[in-house]
Design a protein around this ligand. Sequence first.
Ligand code: MN
Length: 236
Amino acid sequence: MAEFAIPVPPIPLVPVENQAASFPVHRIYCVGRNFADHAREMGMEVDRGTPVFFCKPADAILPGGGEQPYPSATTDLHHEVELVVAIGRDASGVIAREDAGHYIYGHALGLDLTRRDLQAAAKAKGLPWDVAKGFDRSAPISAIVPKTARVPDADALLWLSVNGQRRQAAPLSDMVFDVADILHELSLRFELRAGDLVFMGTPAGVAALHPGDRWEAGIEGFATLAGSIAAAAQPL
Ligand code: MN
């Protein structure tokens, strides 16, 4: 029997809709600049040849959303609402676009929370994005819906509101690289495994979340998710 030098960290788990079983998270891959209007608002253009990838730690997930503290080290926390793809099978090598569906267990709705000030500073210096993207509770996520139960429509509206005001809204069909493209491209760079999550990128309208804000998000006809940023601590 294996022995461990320290307590074994828990496996990050995402609930599966209408099931007792949970989805164990292996890795979180994220796609940057996958909606042309969002790339533009960031001052970039989409490179249709090469998707932008980055990662978050598996334990950055915040299943079910809910209240979370305002993160440390930032004064410009941004929301990014995204479709999430959950991988259900190990890939042995490159995934062909036409086979991508075979590897999908299901889908979810997630937020790629971003410390935009730290990202801007990293971009300016040509440094990595990790501290801007991979922080604790930076990936609120809904329950995963198995594809056998339901899949999002190809042109379903992806949306996010803050305090009742719509901030982001675009059809999933606006994605520059679709899910098949992205699984193929990821498989050229990484060994995709059952348990991987892929955050597919966000449309325009990213903006700040402040202490006390409540957000709601959805993929029309598919899933919703809500959460809030804890109010700032009151001075004594
Ligand atoms: Mn994103």
